[in-house]
Design a protein around this ligand. Structure first.
Ligand code: APR
Ligand code: PHB
Length: 406
């Protein structure tokens, strides 16, 4: 579609990550028009490697939206997870502890590919390689998105703007100074992640506590293993030739009767660890969702799931507004989403704090506390249930009512 074909839409969506694409699809199913503007190419967005754990509620929604066909075929359903410490593994059985719930392993980039295919199939506009997106007039009834596409300067007038443009996007910065409260915690470590062409060494994920630092065994398919190592936040990947990565992984995962399978490493990268929330998640006619308004550290894999939970609430609120002029859902958007956001923040912070070697832990006090917490988790059904119900995902909430709006 040429950008000349439109000058106005109901919802201008910035960003074609999981948040923007799920929102666009939910709106399309309600007959609400949207335009998605993405600054990267389709190839780049579809190739970006991120986490791959989908909560039950995320899976249910994707299926209900009609984009779950490949996910149901190729996704790996897991009913538990292993916590490994002191060289011994302990299984937390999600299904037994949560009334049959579980998680599905399916890469975020696969979710994104399925959503882009559905968007293109629907004929609704999705523009890649859009430059210099500028939200304007968000304090008025006629906000707009200025941008450049194919060398031409354009303006898209919108009824509302959805900022789904990730942590480094432009929408959050369009909110006037002082209107948002930002809270942040930066962790003194990062993750070095690899994809290896080898069958997973275990049927389930392994979160591993070790004196040398945290390690995680995950997967993408029966042929691809995903592995992570705690590293420095600004780690230089050049210092990690393949042999060093495998040696470190073997050392941290060491466990009697178990061995880690090696294969060619096809992807390597370092991810910093950060917690961040901007409140409220809306200003005037701008609504922020996903990484644009909150970041969680990767331990627990809540990022994509939180983004999907946000836009589900936003799509319901917009549907009420466009269908009946009922503004209450939009006014309550932030109040509805934030309790879930903070619970996920807490879970991700707790998992991160329990598993990572703390750089200033000189006498090992923190490490002893971590081991006590892990021991407790693996010996108390109540404690294990708390981990399990957070891991498989808290129930999606409905819109807040007027009296809950602050
Ligand atoms: N203009 C247009 N698009 C932009 C701009 C911009 N100025 N800035 C960023 N984008 C695009 C990015 O290229 C990206 O495709 O916005 C999209 C944001 O997508 P994500 O970063 O994936 O964020 P979100 O959709 O909120 O998904 C939540 O879960 O696993 C986590 O961090 C992970 O991506 C993840 C997220
Ligand atoms: C992943 O598979 O990439 C993954 C799994 C679990 C996490 C984080 C990332 O906690």
């Amino acid at each position: 579609m040429s950008t000349k074909d439109f000058t106005h839409t109901q919802v201008g969506i910035v960003g074609a990550g999981p948040a923007g694409l799920v929102l666009g699809h939910l709106l399309h199913r309600q007959g609400i028009e949207s335009v998605i503007l993405e600054n990267r190419s389709r190839e780049y967005v579809e190739g970006r490697v991120r986490a791959g754990v989908l909560e039950q509620g995320t899976v249910d929604l994707l299926i209900e939206m009609g984009v779950g066909e490949r996910l149901q075929r190729e996704g790996l359903v897991h009913h538990g997870v292993e916590l490994r410490f002191g060289g011994v593994g302990h299984r937390i059985p999600f299904d037994e502890l949560t009334g049959g719930r579980g998680i599905t392993i399916y890469g975020q980039q696969e979710v994104v590919k399925d959503l882009i295919a559905a968007r293109i199939e629907s004929g609704a506009p999705l523009l890649f390689e859009v430059d210099d997106v500028r939200p304007t007039g968000i304090d008025t009834d006629s906000p707009a998105l200025g941008f450049r596409h194919g060398g031409e300067e354009r303006e898209l007038r919108c009824d509302v703007v959805a900022g789904c443009d990730g942590f480094h996007g432009v929408c959050r910065d369009a909110v006037p100074d002082g209107a948002l409260t930002l809270r942040e915690h930066v962790y003194p470590f990062g993750w070095l992640g690899i994809l290896a062409e080898v069958e997973p060494s275990s049927d389930e994920l392994i979160y591993c506590h070790h004196d040398r630092g945290f390690a995680l065994h995950s997967m993408r398919s029966p042929q691809i293993t995903r592995l992570y190592l705690q590293c420095e936040p600004d780690e230089d990947i050049e210092r990690w030739p393949d042999e060093r990565i495998w040696a470190e992984l073997h050392a941290r995962f060491e466990c009697k009767g178990w061995s880690l399978k090696e294969g060619p490493i096809v992807e390597k990268g370092v991810t910093p660890m950060r917690s961040f929330v901007a409140e409220p998640m809306q200003h005037g006619r701008l609504f922020l969702a996903g990484d644009a308004v909150h970041i969680v550290p990767a331990t627990g894999a809540k990022g994509l799931n939180l983004a999907v939970a946000d836009v589900r609430v936003l799509a319901d609120a917009l549907t009420r507004w466009f269908a009946a002029g009922d503004e209450s859902g939009l006014r309550g958007y932030s109040a509805t989403c934030l309790p879930r956001v903070w619970k996920a923040q807490h879970f991700a912070w707790w998992m991160t704090s329990m598993f990572h070697r703390m750089p200033d832990d000189r006498d090992g006090f923190m490490a002893r506390l971590q081991r006590a917490q892990l021991d407790y988790l693996c010996s108390s059904r109540a404690a294990a249930t708390s981990l399990a119900e957070n891991y498989v995902g808290l129930k999606h909430v409905v819109l807040a009512t007027e009296d809950q709006i602050v």
